[in-house]
Design a protein around this ligand. Structure first.
Ligand code: AMP
Ligand code: MG
Length: 343
């Protein structure tokens, strides 16, 4: 009897030991990391890093990410006459234009962020952007009359979205949508979704200042993301390093893309209320749970300025901000930003 008990206990011990070894082996399974080459897409440089159980899965997930980014570009580039957004801009004042789900989705989200930011973020700024671009080409400032004309056709209240048939209609002639302030963040989110579907357990998508990351690095740690200050020269660009996972970071800058009239530079981000180019902040970085939100809010805060912008970030859950004013080098941080910063 004693002997049987002993054998039973020994067998149980051996089973527990083998299970322990097996679980450990599974946990210890090495992950591989594959980094894509830089590609030019959406008018910027894109790079994708994938962490996966094997190289094939990593490469497939990178391909899936780029496929989605190219699709977003094809749908939403308003400077491509064949894009769906160009069709909307051409026809929506005359008749409702039906669009694909992704485009309808980003339009709905854009209207949401317009309301949230009290109109600071507004994708109907297209005619204002065009006016300033033409003025820069002619090297002359826009006149009050030109600005007054444009003002009549700006405002998300004039953008009519019908969720029943995914159609878009404009309430005024001459309206033009510009998704430059949100499409990259949106593309990052879709790309991350595709990577997960393809089997990646971690990933980082960098789309020219819009960064999204999920899961872990191959060493099972968090991702480290450098924040560039667009106001600085190439060799001095990293202003902060962030450590995060399952989050997105977006930086909007005043100096990297601008219009030049005479000796003056004008930022490519416009305040829809004043129709002036924004000039208070040189760099706005937003950390959020997804790229669409980070992108929309970094543009919105650039328009709102440090005080009002921080107020918005404090009241919006799961978002943080790091801001640099145009006249100072100090980092202005929202209340929870420090937890992400590496000193
Ligand atoms: P970002 O770099 O994300 O801040 O986006 C800037 C781009 O958004 C500009 O180049 C314009 O295409 C567009 N844009 C400019 N002003 C606004 C605004 N007030 N709201 C939304 N988009 C804007
Ligand atoms: Mg943006």
């Amino acid at each position: 009897m004693k002997n049987r008990k002993f054998i039973f206990a020994l067998t149980a011990l051996i089973i527990i030991f083998i299970s322990y070894l097996l679980v450990n082996r599974l946990n210890d399974k090495r992950l591989v990391v594959v980094e894509s080459p830089n590609k030019i897409v959406m008018n910027t440089i894109a790079r994708v890093v994938a962490v996966a159980p094997d190289e094939k899965i990593a490469r497939l997930s990178i391909d899936a990410a780029f496929e989605k980014i190219y699709r977003v570009e094809k749908l939403m580039n308003r400077y491509d006459p064949n894009s769906q957004l160009s069709q909307v801009n051409k026809l929506a004042a005359k008749e409702p234009v039906r669009v694909d789900k992704e485009l309808f989705d980003i339009l709905q989200q854009s209207v949401y962020y317009s309301k949230l930011s009290d109109g600071a973020f507004d994708i109907t700024v297209g005619p204002l952007v065009d006016l300033w671009r033409k003025c820069a080409e002619a090297n002359s400032m826009p006149t009050d009359e030109q600005l007054a004309e444009v003002k009549k056709i700006i405002g998300c209240d004039k953008l009519l979205l019908d969720a029943n048939d995914f159609s878009v209609k404009f309430a005024a002639k001459g309206m033009k949508l510009d998704l430059g302030g949100i499409a990259k963040g949106f593309a990052v989110d879709l790309a991350a979704g595709e990577m997960k579907k393809a089997g990646a357990v971690g990933g980082l998508i960098d789309l020219g200042g819009q960064i999204g990351c999920f899961g872990t690095t191959e060493k099972k740690g968090k991702w480290i993301v450098g924040v560039r200050n667009p106001a600085k020269s190439e060799d001095n660009k990293i202003i902060a390093r962030l450590t995060l996972s399952d989050a997105a970071v977006s930086t909007s800058g005043n100096y990297e893309r601008f219009y030049k009239i005479g000796d003056n530079r004008f930022s490519h981000i416009f305040n829809p209320a004043t129709e002036k180019s924004t000039d208070q902040l040189s760099s706005v970085t937003i950390i959020a749970l997804n790229g669409t939100e980070a992108d929309a809010l970094s543009t919105a805060v650039s328009v709102m300025g440090a005080e009002k912008g921080l107020e918005l970030i404090e009241k919006t859950e799961n978002t943080e901000a790091v801001i640099i004013k145009a006249d100072s080098q100090d980092l202005i941080k929202s209340s929870g930003a420090q937890q992400y910063l590496i000193e």
